[in-house]
Design a protein around this ligand. Structure first.
Ligand SMILES: NC(=O)C1=CN([C@@H]2O[C@H](COP(=O)(O)OP(=O)(O)OC[C@H]3O[C@@H](n4cnc5c(N)ncnc54)[C@H](O)[C@@H]3O)[C@@H](O)[C@H]2O)[C@@H](O)CC1
Ligand SMILES: [K+]
Length: 504
């Protein structure tokens, strides 16, 4: 599991570190890593380092200081370095002096003779002629949209960009982008991941991420967020052992779909069949259709005669009427872990007395999208999705999986997992029904609910990615839109992929 720390947590750890290692030494450590990675990128794209050109975009703070020091190190390897200073009078003095000593030059972003968009000729020329641009405009202390000159410079960058700490223009806490922002090929960040590297557009804008050790590790508190790694998901994914039979691996009950809309039932049951090797029971009015798609499912017409299960997946397509309510109430009273999705969430929102049916000691997972979340929470989902999910998880004493391009999984005790999909292929009708089946199957296998959601979210987005690329994991492969059935079909491929990662 990777940790993710807030800017405040990182700053506090830095202050502790500075008590033992002087701040300029730490900055040079960070900058040296930026220089090493920039040299690597230069070699990748131009075949060498010496004689290549790098433009540094330099803001008023220490982020600009990192870029200036990195420029000084690159000069020593023969790189032609020009620093474009956004606030010449506030540029990091020691960094600027080091760059000049090493033979680099500095120009003002706005002068002399700025063009109609406010950019000076030397600055425009430096950005245009560079092989690589290093973004040191703003880092951890970024506030709001980029100021006009910085925004204009960012618009002009067409060559590969390396972001120092984080891509400028991205909100450090939420990953949200408001106006122009750097789209980095590579982000070199220090001490640990920050929320913007894993949330929303920031995750995409960060490009490849390099986390550099600058000595902070011993000073960092518990992380704010966690990101699961494929290998740990693969190692934990339940597969049958030598002494297992169909019952010992967990039996999942699926209560979904209706006679008129059987699709949700077929997809959720199918996902459960593909996810784990135990047994799947379906209970509801779509029993015949489910049986014809998935002969291995034991299907009955009602939750009342479903037989024993170890967990329930309930909700997709059950409707908002009395029968849907009855189904939800029954599974809540079963004393088994429940993954409640879609109509179940709206039923909870419409009728708070349903919470009384729940055994407080039995885990409950809620998997809302933004609209369902708003109904459940009683307010719209704002920019801070993490805090929103955390608050609702605590309020309802349930694990909340908030759907979106970045999936957030909040536990009632405040732990938060993030699954940063990096693509939107799962944004297709029926994809949520597949996710519900995956989570339910993992719950039935005894996986802890918070992790079950994290494992399922990862495998779900990986399956969509694989399906969209016809099974290829080559990042250069071109994708095509998929439906939920194709996603479902790719689930075993995704499970194999994470299990392979676990083997190393
Ligand atoms: N404290 C340290 O010695 C270390 C800091 N590090 C670097 O320092 C950075 C943090 O430095 P600072 O706290 O000085 O702050 P930053 O360099 O992140 O930003 C502060 C400056 O950016 C400007 N700014 C803020 N929002 C802006 C916007 N929307 N558009 C344009 N300009 C904006 C402000 O005028 C302010 O002067 C980290 O991200 C990292 O790159 C690293 O060198 C590691 C060690
Ligand atoms: K930056």
């Amino acid at each position: 599991m990777h940790g993710v720390w807030t800017p405040d947590q990182i700053r506090a750890a830095e202050q502790q570190l500075f008590a033992e290692t002087p701040e300029p030494v730490v900055m040079r450590r960070a900058a040296y890593a930026v220089a090493v990675h920039t040299a690597r990128v230069l070699t990748d794209i131009t075949g060498g380092v010496s004689g290549r050109r790098v433009a540094l975009l330099v803001g008023a703070g220490n982020n600009g200081g990192d870029a200036l020091w990195a420029g000084a190190f690159l000069r020593r390897r023969g790189v032609g370095v020009t620093a474009v200073l956004l606030a010449p009078e506030k540029a990091h003095a020691a960094g600027l002096a080091a760059l000049r000593r090493a033979g680099g030059r500095a120009v003002s972003a706005e002068g002399p003779s700025p063009d109609t968009s406010g950019i000076g000729a030397d600055a425009a020329d430096a950005v245009e002629r560079a092989d690589v641009v290093v973004d040191g405009i703003v880092g951890l202390s970024a506030r709001g949209a980029l100021r006009p000159t910085a925004a204009e410079l960012v618009r002009r960058v067409v060559v590969p960009g390396i972001a120092v700490a984080l891509p400028s223009g991205v909100d450090p806490m939420t990953g949200a982008v408001d106006g122009p922002a750097v789209s980095a090929d590579l982000t070199v960040t220090f001490g640990g991941r920050k929320p913007c590297h894993v949330l929303g557009e920031g995750a995409v804008r960060s490009g490849e991420l390099e986390v550099v050790d600058i000595g902070l590790d011993d000073h960092l508190p518990d992380p704010e967020l966690h990101v699961l790694q494929p290998a740990e998901i693969g190692a934990a994914w339940p597969v049958p052992g030598p002494t297992d039979d169909k019952y010992t691996q967990g039996v999942i009950g699926v209560a979904a779909g209706s006679a008129t809309y059987p699709g949700a039932a077929v997809l959720a049951s199918g996902a459960a069949v593909q996810a784990t090797a135990g047994m799947v029971r379906y209970a509801g009015p779509a029993a015949d259709v489910v049986r014809s798609h998935w002969p291995e499912v034991v299907a009955t017409g009602s939750v009342r005669d479903a037989g024993k299960v170890q967990a329930w997946a309930v909700g997709p397509g059950i409707g908002l009427g009395a029968s849907g309510r009855d189904v939800l109430q029954h599974v809540l009273e079963s004393g088994r872990p429940v993954c409640a999705d879609a109509d179940s969430i709206t039923l909870f929102a419409n009728d708070p007395t349903l919470w009384d049916a729940r055994d407080p000691d039995t885990p409950l997972v809620l998997t809302p999208h933004a609209g369902e979340f708003a109904r459940l929470a009683g307010h719209e989902l704002g920019a801070d999705r993490v805090e929103a999910a955390r608050e609702v998880a605590a309020r309802f004493d349930a694990v909340v999986l908030l759907k979106g391009n970045t999936t957030i999984v909040a536990a009632p005790d405040g732990r938060v997992l993030v699954n940063d999909a990096q693509h939107s292929w799962p944004a297709t009708a029926g994809s949520g029904d597949v996710l519900t089946g995956l989570i339910g199957a993992l719950l039935a296998s005894g996986v802890e609910p918070w992790l079950a959601c994290g494992y399922a979210a990862h495998v779900h987005s990986l399956a969509a990615d694989l399906a969209a690329h016809a099974g290829s994991v080559d990042p250069a492969a071109v994708g095509a839109p998929i439906g939920a059935s194709a996603l479902l079909e790719a689930v075993p491929m995704a499970i194999r992929e994470v299990r392979r990662a676990a083997l190393g």
